[in-house]
Design a protein around this ligand. Structure first.
Ligand code: TXA
Ligand code: MG
Length: 333
């Protein structure tokens, strides 16, 4: 039986029984939050229009922003989308793992229209997280899942983050502990001859280029090569994303009074307010995995501002800086 603690959220340890129950709930049209190697996802049967609509309602997500469909393996992905030789090459190198491929959806995919927000493409990924994989197999349906946070908020890297944002509005939150990568998947459009990077993640542009055997286009470049005003290649990238409540001050050398302080590397400047270290050894992968929890923890302590030390832009540092820049962008509303 599931227990419902104070905040009404059904957080359950991801035992074999709980994973089987999650699969049944998904197949029956309910919403289940689950861990992946990147961030927690808010899942629904991607072929069930009502279930997918509930994702948008629960998150407060604009309906023009399409969802990622999660499947257990390449064969399941092939039933939903036309995967070119380029797509197959990237999938062979990075699936299961934190890579999302945007490809043309097949006419008979059976996907609910709202999953792709009316686009003729679909974003697909095969997560490597053991719990996610077992849940997908138990569900037996493709699972549409955005990050399991309120729209515009920081993505969840702990089950407790999901409970804080969405609480009792989901049937079950499968607790798999902290996610290992901590940043959302790298998103690559493979509808053309050249891979186009739509969202940075822990798989870097250099890694994609090495496997593809060619340079990777960036979404901003793709938009500029079109005639006149072109629709954004990835609608979600338009929105301000990943923002904590507190205002961010980036590349801070030293904290100011009243600020929360996010540090990186050994021997950071002293601070007598709240501070969180992303990595005392200067390890960028560790920093990525801790970033969102750090932002949420300082927000929870009620600081008005958060100063963040410079993070090198090498490797996954580029994705970390991308998320920090979004979180620090002027607020739109
Ligand atoms: O790591 C992740 O990708 C997590 C976990 C749960 O899998 N999911 C996630 O989903 O970050 P979400 O919805 O927060 O971000 C999906 C991104 C959005 O920027 C969306 O616009 C883009 O993928 N996207 C989805 N479908 C697309 C499509 N057909 N064409 C272009 N971009 C698409
Ligand atoms: Mg998201």
């Amino acid at each position: 039986m599931l227990s419902r603690p104070e905040n009404g959220a059904a957080v359950v340890a991801a035992s074999a029984e709980a994973i089987a129950e999650a699969g049944r709930l998904l197949a029956a049209g309910a919403l289940v939050a689950f861990p992946t190697e990147t961030v927690y996802g808010l899942g629904a049967d991607a072929t069930n229009e009502a279930a997918v609509s509930a994702i948008f309602a629960v998150k407060g997500r604009p309906n023009f922003n399409p969802l990622i469909v999660h499947v257990a393996d390449f064969a399941a992905a092939e039933r939903l989308a036309e995967l070119s030789p380029l797509a197959a090459k990237l999938a062979a190198a990075f699936w299961p793992g934190p890579l999302t491929l945007v490809a043309r959806r097949t006419p008979g995919s059976g996907l609910a229209v709202s999953v792709t927000a009316g686009l003729d493409t679909v974003a697909i990924r095969v997560p490597e997280n053991r719990i996610a994989h077992a849940m997908l197999q138990a569900a037996g349906v493709p699972v549409a899942a955005p990050s399991a946070n309120r729209s515009g908020h920081v993505s969840p890297t702990l089950a407790a983050h999901v409970a804080a944002d969405l609480g009792a509005r989901v049937a079950m939150i499968l607790d798999g502990g902290p996610t290992s990568h901590g940043l959302e998947s790298t998103v690559v459009d493979v509808t053309g001859e050249t891979p186009c990077l739509l969202r940075l993640g822990s798989i870097t542009a250099e890694q994609i280029a090495a496997v593809a055997g060619q340079a990777v286009q960036r979404s901003t470049e793709a938009a500029r090569t079109g005639d006149g005003l072109e629709a954004p290649r990835s609608p979600g990238q338009l929105l301000q994303h990943y923002a904590p409540r507190a205002l961010l001050r980036l590349d801070a050398i030293a904290p100011q009074a009243g600020e929360g302080f996010i540090t990186f590397g050994p021997n950071p400047p002293a601070h007598d307010g709240p501070s969180v270290s992303l990595s005392a050894t200067g390890d960028l992968d560790e920093a990525a995995s801790r970033l969102y929890a750090a932002l949420r923890a300082l927000d929870d302590q009620g600081v008005a501002g958060i100063a963040v030390m410079p993070i090198p832009r090498a490797g996954v540092g580029e994705a970390i800086n991308d998320r920090l820049n979004r979180a620090a962008a002027p607020r739109v509303g």
